[in-house]
Design a protein. Structure first.
Length: 267
């Protein structure tokens, strides 16, 4: 008899416990909705796509200057702020075709596009870089196969290695007067590139900088250039003529190899 009483008490206790858990779950006290970084005050660049967040778009920019969300998409840019200076460190882009970066992010000037920041963003067709940016890192836009237009402002002083490598849709680009050197592989395999303007500020053209630019028909090297790297214009199969100024003191190996259409070189 005593055993039956204990068993009955145990069953009643279990049933009451289950009823209590069910009630607390229904009231939301034990199963809370997960919060986004924006809700908690943490860095919202980790996940700015949570609904019902206010976004700030400055001027023509379509990138939120508070969380990095690209307008009308679920794509976003990841920023990093250190010592009051902001860097674009990554891009979570799946569908966005056009991108206009803001001058500032959370009131900090955007000064750098980091290594590989936009690498393999194949949907991206055009991007405008703000005047606040001074540096474009290595591999920054490598493999952006859809990128046809890009505006590089006069504030940029350096373009890293392979920065635009294999941007196969890029047709033309103007390098600003602020650039002093073009990094190795910078525009390699830009197969649609038909023309490029190299400013008087450039003193060196890196190794394989324009290698494989098979649509490049002509190029003018300014008097400021003193060195042309190895393979710089190799496999530019449409290049018909080129003028090398007196300022050039060194030309690397195979600088013009496999330029099958080359008819004249003026030195």
């Amino acid at each position: 008899m005593k055993t039956k009483s204990i068993l009955s008490f145990f069953v009643i206790f279990v049933l009451l416990s289950l009823l209590f858990v069910a009630c607390t779950n229904e009231n939301g006290s034990s199963t809370e909705e997960p919060t986004s970084p924006a809700d908690t005050g943490e860095d919202s660049s980790e996940n700015p796509t949570t609904p019902n967040i206010e976004h700030t778009y400055i001027g023509d920019s379509n990138v939120c200057s508070d969380c990095g969300l690209i307008k009308d998409t679920n794509d976003y840019i990841v920023f990093e702020i250190e010592n009051g200076v902001c860097t674009v460190v990554d891009a979570k882009i799946n569908t966005s075709k056009s991108l206009v970066l803001p001058d500032t992010y959370r009131d900090s000037p955007i000064a750098k596009i980091d290594n590989s920041a936009f690498e393999d963003c194949s949907s991206l067709e055009s991007i405008t870089i703000p005047d606040s940016v001074t540096s474009i890192g290595d591999y920054a836009f490598r493999g952006c196969n859809g990128l046809a237009n890009i505006t590089i402002p006069d504030s940029v002083t350096s373009i890293g290695e392979s920065a635009f490598e294999d941007c196969s849709s890029l047709e033309s680009i103007t390098i600003p007067d602020s650039i002093t050197s073009i990094g190795g592989y910078a525009f390699r395999w830009c197969r649609s590139l038909e023309s490029i303007t190299i400013p008087e500020s450039v003193t060196s053209i890196g190794y394989y900088a324009f290698s494989g630019c098979s649509s490049l028909g002509s190029i003018t090297i300014p008097d400021s250039v003193t060195s042309i790297g190895s393979g710089a214009f190799s496999s530019c199969s449409s290049l018909a003529n080129i003028t090398i100024p007196d300022s050039v003191m060194s030309i690397g190996e195979s600088a013009f190899s496999s330029c099958n259409s080359l008819e004249s070189i003026t030195i």
